[in-house]
Structures are given as structure tokens and as C-alpha cells.
Design a binder for this molecule. Structure first.
Ligand SMILES: Cc1cc2nc3c(=O)[nH]c(=O)nc-3n(C[C@H](O)[C@H](O)[C@H](O)COP(=O)(O)O)c2cc1C
Length: 171
């Protein structure tokens, strides 16, 4: 993936697709944080690397180098935060699922526009400093994923896919 900027109209279209998801009760139980430009380096160095070094003070230089450029692999990283709201009728589970749908729509739209795109969590999706940096509430919010979007360098290799007959049954 190359991290050359992606045109604003494409980014806006991807974000619009991300918001056009099934959402029981129209509760909007998610937040989207778009990390791009100089902010990629800032988050890499001031949040990810800092947190990594706290947990791994003796890490090898090659690992430190990797951890210091996590987000800079992409042109833009869209963080999706699941943020359930109080509701008598709609179960929290459905709000969490809706957040996954936001991730998937962002991903599908980016891939449809022929970008390289991936839904990753990595360790820092489970890090409280990261969640707080993104404006999440550590008592109830969770990072559903980071959608990395960049320019393709080569076509991605297809992975092994499940055998439908192991998964699907007709009733
Ligand atoms: C919630 C979620 C989190 C993921 N986190 C990671 C991750 O941290 N690292 C990773 O290598 N793949 C992760 N994946 C898998 C990738 O998104 C993806 O499946 C893989 O890179 C291959 O892409 P493809 O299935 O479109 O071929 C995650 C998938 C999901 C649904």
C-alpha cells in the first residue's frame, strides 16, 4: 500500500458509505475519526509508539521501527468506535453489530474505488490511551477497527476462503 494522499471526493464518498448502515432505532451508536496527513505520524509517535515502549521498554530497534510507523503505511486511517447508548428496546449487541457494518461499508466502498484497504485492529485497538485519544469513553466504548486505505502497489493475493458447505446449510 502506498500512502500518497487520496482525493477528497473519494474520501467523502467512502465516509458517506460508512454512515449508510443499518442502525436499529437510528441511535447512531458509533463515532468515526479520520486520521490523515500529519496526524498519521503524530498518532504513530505520540500514542502508538509511546504506549508500545511503556509495555516493551527493551524491544529491539527493528520492532520499534515497525511500531513507530503503523498508521503511516496508509494514506488515511479511519477509526470506528462503537459507542452504545442507553436504550430500553434496542439491545447493545445490535449497536455493536451496527458498528461492524460501518467498518464493512467503509472497507467495501474503498475497495470498490480500487484502493488497497484493510480492516485491522492490532494491539492498539485494545489500548485505553488510544481509545481516549480518539475521544472514546473507556467505560463503554470500543474500537471496532481501523480501516487503512491507500493506493495499491500490487493486486492483493487472494486468501484461502471457507468451503461454503462447512458454513452454509439450507433449511
Ligand atoms: C475485527 C477485525 C480485526 C482484524 N484485525 C486484524 C489485525 O489486527 N491484523 C491482521 O493481520 N488482520 C486482521 N484482520 C483481518 C483482515 O481484515 C483481513 O481479513 C485480511 O487482511 C485479509 O483480507 P481479505 O480477507 O479481504 O483478503 C481483522 C479482521 C477483522 C474483522
Amino acid at each position: 500500500m502506498s500512502n500518497k494522499e487520496i482525493p477528497e471526493d473519494h474520501l467523502n464518498l467512502i465516509l458517506k458509505a460508512g454512515l449508510r448502515v443499518p442502525d436499529h432505532g437510528a441511535l447512531n451508536p458509533w463515532k468515526i475519526k479520520v486520521i490523515k496527513g500529519n496526524s498519521l505520524k503524530k498518532v504513530d509517535e505520540e500514542v502508538i509508539l509511546k504506549e508500545f515502549l511503556k509495555e516493551n521498554p527493551d524491544a529491539e530497534q527493528s520492532i520499534i521501527d515497525r511500531e513507530s510507523k503503523r498508521l503511516q503505511r496508509a494514506s488515511v486511517v479511519i477509526a470506528v468506535i462503537s459507542s452504545p447508548v442507553e436504550n430500553q428496546k434496542i439491545p447493545e449487541w445490535e449497536m455493536r453489530l451496527s458498528s461492524g457494518a460501518v467498518c464493512m461499508n467503509l472497507l467495501s466502498c474503498a475497495q470498490s474505488l480500487n484502493y488497497a484497504a484493510q480492516w485491522l485492529t492490532e494491539w492498539y485497538a485494545y489500548n485505553n490511551a488510544m481509545l481516549e485519544f480518539l475521544g472514546g469513553d473507556i467505560k463503554k466504548d470500543k474500537i471496532s477497527g481501523f480501516i487503512y486505505i491507500g493506493h495499491k502497489i500490487e493486486e492483493p493475493q487472494e486468501r484461502k476462503r471457507p468451503d461454503p458447505k462447512n458454513i452454509i446449510t439450507f433449511i
